[in-house]
Design a protein around this ligand. Structure first.
Ligand code: HEM
Length: 488
């Protein structure tokens, strides 16, 4: 036999092996290749177009293989609701990816398997966030201070059009940093900038093709391939947070909680927590995770917001008129003002609906074998909830395919949130930072809108609303021109 016949024979044997090893009654999908699965059938750095094509054919449920591992995609409000809410607990697991295990041993909240440890850590974090909100200086005041600082930075830079992304990221990072580390960084602080860049790069890489290969093929894991950069970056990020932990250890006063680290250290020392999941490594990974999930999501929402407000100047103007009419000369915008700012609140929600910052949610997994539309989804199979399909579901929205704040306004012009708004997902795994993120987004937006007119500076082309894919959907970098319309 020549080399080609050998290759053909080997491929055939591998295919038979893979066919018999794979579960039977999964939803249909495009034919996978042995071992590689469907990895070669879409552009991994920007898979949305390919996913849309496949989704149209197999709607509302289909399977793609990441190497030998199946990943089930569910679409449309009714099916996504079944996964997240109706059978929420049964689908509240997380798939166990080799790369995530290697990075964080699945400690933290986001990637933790469903169970006691996840519940314990999630409960602690929710309580910690709530406590800092009720502390001496409330969360709202901290965000207001940061918004004031952001406006000042914008003013200092507005003599020419500028790229706002770095400033918005620093503002959002400072909110998390104040809560988690008790620290505020200057926007030009290089230490924080480097950590943010590493986090950015890693979130992009862990959804990229090398990470998928790492998950699919054990023998590539030790090879000197690009996925090794993820581990180098992780070490640098952990070194930054370890230093913060050491500083806390040296300065902390028992019983006083300046931030999440202090509160966690106290938790570790409680006698009833001896031998529990509360330990130093968990703390380090949990705090790191807060920056990973809380930073890019909120900063990307704000950056999309600026872009849409420039692309739709008449909508921007209506927000500004409403803010002026409702708030008049009040010096400070409060979170509770959203109840009076119906139109502006609708615009903020429409930005989130249209931008789909976390387009496919975070993968879920059934905690036992489950049935969905007559298919069997085995325990631990990855399930992607396509939130874009929910936010464009024609049975749920007045204007599913256009940017239109009326999607969130009733006939009286009052704000109303349809059930199909799932930017923060829903059910037992719903975004843990939802309240914090809502407050941040509202206060940053309204403050910017009240102070500035936001103008698209490039007369030669219109704003580009095409998204780039990662764990989050982001716009391409752009510049804004600002004009003050009110001295405060
Ligand atoms: C606009 C900003 C944000 C958006 C759009 C967003 C969206 C999401 C989504 C879609 C999920 C997946 C839920 C699921 O698995 O079904 C999630 C999970 C999570 N988010 Fe957010 N998020 C935002 C901001 C934040 C912030 C500021 C924090 C914390 C400081 C945070 C912490 C988390 C955590 C810890 C989880 C995992 C929850 C779990 O697995 O139990 N998020 N978020």
């Amino acid at each position: 036999m020549d080399i080609y016949s050998w290759l053909l024979l080997i491929s055939f044997i591998l295919f038979l092996y893979w066919k018999t090893a794979s579960p039977k009654k999964l939803p249909p999908g495009p034919r996978p290749l042995p071992f590689l699965g469907n990895l070669l059938q879409f552009d991994f750095y920007n898979p949305l177009k390919d996913l849309q094509r496949i989704a149209q054919k197999y709607d509302p449920i289909f399977t793609l293989y990441m190497g030998g591992k199946p990943m089930v995609f569910v679409q449309g409000f009714s099916l996504v609701k079944e996964v997240l809410l109706i059978n929420g607990t049964e689908f509240a697991g997380r798939p166990q990816y080799a790369i995530m295990k290697a990075i964080n041993k699945q400690k933290g909240v986001v990637t933790a398997a469903y169970g006691q440890v996840w519940k314990q850590q999630r409960r602690f974090l929710l309580m910690a966030l709530r406590n800092f909100g009720l502390g001496k200086k409330s969360m709202e005041e901290k965000i207001q201070d940061e918004a004031a600082y952001l406006l000042q930075i914008f003013e200092e830079n507005m003599s020419v059009p500028f790229d706002p992304l770095g400033f918005l990221e620093s503002a959002v990072a400072n909110i998390i940093s104040t809560i988690a580390l008790g620290k505020h960084f200057k926007y030009d602080d290089n230490t924080l900038r480097q950590v943010l860049d590493l986090i950015h790069e890693n979130t992009r890489e862990i959804t990229g093709p090398w990470a998928q290969l790492y998950n699919a093929l054990p023998f590539v894991r030790r090879l000197p391939l690009p996925h090794q950069n993820v581990f180098k970056a992780k070490e640098k990020v952990l070194a930054f947070f370890s230093k913060e932990v050491e500083e806390h250890r040296a300065t902390r006063v028992p019983g006083v909680h300046r931030d999440v680290i202090d509160a966690y250290m106290e938790e570790i020392q409680k006698p009833e927590n001896k031998g529990s999941s509360f330990e130093e490594e968990y703390m380090l990974l949990l705090v790191t995770e807060l920056f990973i999930v809380g930073l890019e999501t909120a900063a990307t929402t704000l950056i999309w917001g600026l872009l849409y407000l420039m692309a739709f100047p008449e909508i921007q103007e209506k927000c500004q008129v409403e803010i002026n009419n409702v708030l008049g000369n009040n010096t400070c915008i409060k979170y509770e003002d959203r109840e009076k700012l119906h139109y502006t609140n609708a615009v903020i929600h429409e930005i989130q609906r249209f931008a789909n910052v976390v387009p496919l949610g975070i993968p879920h997994a059934p905690i036992k074998d489950m049935q969905l539309l007559g298919y069997t989804i085995p325990k631990d199979t990855a399930i992607m909830t396509n939130l874009i399909s929910v936010h464009r579901d024609e049975s749920q929205w007045k204007y599913p395919h256009e940017f239109n704040p009326s999607n969130f306004l009733n006939e009286k012009g009052e704000f109303e949130k349809p059930e199909a708004f799932l930017a923060f997902s829903a059910g037992p795994r719903v975004c843990l930072g939802e309240n914090l993120a809502r407050m941040e987004v509202f206060l940053f937006f309204t403050n910017i809108l009240r102070r500035f007119q936001i103008l698209w500076p490039d007369e030669t082309k219109a704003p580009d609303l095409t998204p780039n894919f990662g764990i989050t959907l982001t716009p391409s970098r752009f510049k804004v021109a600002l004009k003050c319309h009110q001295q405060m």
